[in-house]
Design a protein around this ligand. Sequence first.
Ligand code: AMP
Length: 187
Amino acid sequence: MEHLDQADKEYLLEHIRDIKDFPKSGIVFKDITTLLNDARAFGLLIDHLTARYEKQDLDFIAGIESRGFIFGAALAARLDKGFVPIRKAGKLPYTTIGEKYALEYGFDEVEVHIDAFESDNVKDKKQPRVLLIDDLIATGGTAVAATNLINKAGAHCIEACMILNLTFLEGRSKLEKITSVYSVLDI
Ligand code: AMP
């Protein structure tokens, strides 16, 4: 099902738990572990993403640490594509390239291995085509930095897929300036 109907969207939303004041006061944390441990919800989501992306010309799925790894790796295995982890600075063992982004106070940085988008499957391609995935877009800072990083690493981010879009924070419109955006659920 390339398009989710309202009942399916509601089923998924019912399986995302709100945790008030985590990790700090004033934040409502969207806990997707309750979606993952429900076989029907997780299956529905991955079936939907598979239907959406199976006909697209993709070379890699890149997931943002850490919940983007779960959805990204599951989808990559289904689509028979390589998976690339985009991690917080200092976590990847080999030579990396990074992209900094501003936080409310200070900055953060995401990194990817310098050769992440090279593999035998894409050796004749100048610009491998990458789908970026994460569980949630809030202010958009993380996804914008990850998209820039993919492009800096010599690949082309063809779309950013977010399971949840917190619409009141307007991160999506920032991200749309640099790539196509698909959000499964909008709240
Ligand atoms: P942002 O850069 O503000 O768009 O934040 C997105 C990143 O922070 C994603 O990797 C999310 O997993 C995480 N995140 C931000 N806000 C929340 C929230 N309310 N609940 C769960 N995760 C969040």
